[in-house]
Ligand binder design. Structure first.
Ligand SMILES: Cc1ncc(COP(=O)(O)O)c(C=O)c1O
Length: 458
């Protein structure tokens, strides 16, 4: 995927190196962040609570709690040294024109992106199954929201259908918002989507926010990269140099790569004016106290993915297949396929495995027992189905324990039965995707599924 020289460059970690040097220097801070001083406070002055913080986070993590101001650490909002270089390397690794780092999750990244796309008062075509951060930001910014029809299986994407209809009626949308990688493993077929988008907007152009929350790591595996958002958009823009289109792609880096929680990338592919608007939006919307450990982890996450991403994704794919085999060979269990494997607007993320337990009650009990008895957290129950996300941190040993657990719980013949127009959003948490959006008619209260909050965390 990369030449040796490129690989060497893309595995540099300029910002993380700078933070490491800075954090180890024991600098007395006359600005803010007293917690940082705990890393080198003399022992007699360390209270019980300070000691608790040291136990929880370790001296090194506390030492990274530094404020901005060092030239070496660069300015978050006007980066021109280590952070600027780090972001350029990340943009190059994905194939973007520019990449921004966000330390307030993709919730924050989506708010920045919509601010940059100037959605206030604009006609915005929205994929209905977007994350709540999009719906709320569009509402707050005063966008004129038009929801695309739901995408039927084996048909073109609802966003394309809506664009086609609008074009036939001679109307246009200012901005398009689409989710391309959902928590449940449904991936939009990017090349198909982009080719249809180009066909419909080749002359008018378009400004698009693509939420690729779950699958940032796909860009680092040669097979999965073929459907990854940024490389596919780069290819489409290169193939059609006259297409006046701009794309912002947000990724919850922490969900699939080695970033600390809340680490998020915003990739920009487009005109100089859109790039300037994203800079301004980061300045206006991002917290003025970015977490430097998160920024450093976004630097390392890219280097790590370039160095080891392919091998780790390959391992995850093998482990995911093992879980599928396990499900198929255990009586009463099967593999559930939530979207058609081929054809239509969606593909299936091979790193996610849906195991059908036969009944919601059985799924509930198996999920609980896996957690209580085996220390295995299953990210989601949807009816009779449990969702196993095989991210690159999952080890073969953990899958061994899962196999043991499934065998013990399910394989021995044990029975595991368990005892008007609305203006609101109805959101089952997780995963933060509204079941209902404003303007929809409810025949009856929506059934809030999603299993036990006790086990659910995103
Ligand atoms: C599709 C999608 N977009 C955005 C987000 C928000 O990401 P974060 O939790 O990093 O704020 C999520 C979180 O689950 C998501 O599923």
């Amino acid at each position: 995927m990369w030449t040796t020289a490129q690989r060497r460059r893309l595995t540099e970690t300029p910002y993380a190196d700078a933070l490491e040097r800075h954090a180890g220097a024991g600098i007395a801070n006359f600005h803010a962040l007293p917690i940082g001083s705990l890393s080198h406070a003399p022992d007699p002055e360390v209270s019980v609570h300070a000691e608790q913080l040291r136990r929880l986070f370790g001296s090194r993590m506390l030492a990274t709690q530094v404020t901005l101001g060092s030239p070496e650490l660069d300015s978050f909002f006007r980066a021109h040294r280590s952070l600027a270089r780090s972001r350029r390397l990340t943009a190059e690794a994905f194939g973007a024109d520019e990449t921004h780092y966000v330390t307030t999750g993709t919730t924050g990244a989506n708010q920045i992106a919509l601010e940059a796309l100037r959605v206030g008062g604009a006609r915005v075509l929205v994929d209905r199954s977007m994350h709540q951060s999009i719906h709320f930001a569009l509402d707050r910014l005063g966008a004129e929201v038009h929801y695309a029809p739901t995408t039927p299986a084996d048909a073109e994407h609802g966003v394309i259908t809506a664009l086609r209809r609008a074009r036939a009626e001679g109307v246009a949308y200012d901005v398009v918002v689409i989710g391309v990688s959902a928590y449940d493993g449904a991936l939009v077929q990017m090349r198909r989507f982009l080719s249809a988008l180009h066909e419909l907007t080749a002359d008018t152009g378009c400004r698009v926010l693509v939420d690729e929350a779950w699958t940032a790591i796909h860009a680092f595996h040669p097979a999965l990269r073929r459907n990854a958002a940024v490389p596919c958009i780069r290819e489409a823009l290169d193939d059609h140099p006259d297409w006046p289109a701009s794309f912002l792609v947000t990724q919850s880096t922490h969900k699939s790569m080695l970033a600390l929680r809340q680490g998020s990338y915003v990739h920009v592919l487009g005109s100089a004016s859109v790039r300037a608007d994203v800079h301004a939006a980061v300045y206006r919307v991002h917290t003025t106290s970015p977490s430097l450990p998160i920024v450093a982890s976004l630097d390392v996450a890219r280097a790590h993915a370039v160095a080891e991403g392919e091998a780790l994704v390959e391992r995850a794919l093998v482990l995911a297949d093992r879980i599928r085999d396990l499900a198929r060979s255990t009586p009463g269990l099967d593999v559930h396929q939530p979207v058609p494997a081929l054809g239509g607007a969606y593909a299936l993320d091979p790193m996610k495995v849906h195991v059908d337990l036969g009944s919601p009650e059985r799924a509930h009990v198996v999920r609980r027992e896996l957690f209580d008895e085996y220390g295995i957290f299953v990210s989601r129950q949807d009816g009779a189905t449990l969702l196993f996300t095989v991210h690159v941190g999952v080890t073969p040993e953990q899958v061994d324990v899962l196999a043991e657990g499934i065998e013990a719980i399910c394989g021995t013949g044990r029975t595991v039965a368990a005892g008007a127009l609305d203006s609101r959003y109805v959101i089952a948490y997780p995963p933060g995707i509204p079941l209902q959006v404003p303007g929809e008619q409810l025949a009856a209260p929506p059934e809030l599924r999603g299993g036990e909050e006790l086990y659910s965390t995103f």
